[in-house]
Design a protein around this ligand. Sequence first.
Ligand code: BTN
Length: 328
Amino acid sequence: MKTDVLDMLRAASPEWVSGEVLREPTGVSRAAISKQIKRWVALGYEIESSPRKGYRLKSEPDSLEAEFMKSRLEGTRFAKGEYVYTQVTGSTNDDVRELARRGAPEGSLVVAEVQERGRGRHGRAWFNRAGDSLLVSLLLRPPLTPRQGTLIPLLAAAGIYSALESLGVEGCGIKWPNDVLVDGRKVCGVLCEMSVDMDGIEFALLGIGMNVNTPGGAFPGELQGKACSLASATGRRWSRSEVMEAVLREIDRLAIPTWSGEMGPVMEVWRRGAVTPGKRVHVTRGDGKVFDGVAEDVNEDGALRVRDAEGTAHVLHSGEVTLSADGL
Ligand code: BTN
């Protein structure tokens, strides 16, 4: 279904848009506009009409299905790729990998209501609650070297952080490499997987899991005090479609300079949100070795520098960092 009329109503919302203004750029008749509006209303859009004032969009359905989300993502790479919506799946990262292997374009994505085998970093399971979480995996084809690709997890975190800020969420932060926190508790995690060949990065998969409307008491015991949802942190429910649009728009925006080899914009946002530098941390390195130290900065590859008690600097490209003060 064409979305020009809807886009104009959305841009003006909550103000009225007259029938003439709607007809002008689209060049369609009064009857055709009224027919389109009826179709959107049947899909759950609340659109008020007045013979004198025209139309105004009062609310949109909070659905993550393609017919609703594609128009919201207009102008980004995510409007151009394949869009797979599924009620229940194993892991959206596994599904998007299949798309990638079949040659789907950059911007393709898989979104699910529930995952039965959702995966977190370091082989952990990812908790989700039907209808409350945002579970989406993105397919990117960055024209970068594998070395530059180490910044992609940071790009994801920077995009999510910046989207939450733009939605007015206070107290957001980023824990290296790509956990997004609100008031020190994890609200969103990203599982970044990459396929690399001789020519560079074949594809990167960004699996985003955000707790949107999960009630605080619904998290399992081991996550209590460590995890939160947007709703539990801010005291109100959030529209998942609005949050998803904001996140994908920011990731799209930051990917543009990054794909041209300009890493500054991602690093600037990431550093603005970073809670790790200057903190005492407990480190589990990729090879399993553990030590305590103080986190310093990230370098241009996105690696974290941690100085141990003897004053030796360790540069971490992978691994797990726990903030000593709050056990996160
Ligand atoms: C983490 O451990 O912080 C990363 C969690 C990533 C979870 C998301 S949910 C959507 C996508 N599909 C998965 O199986 N995992 C990621």
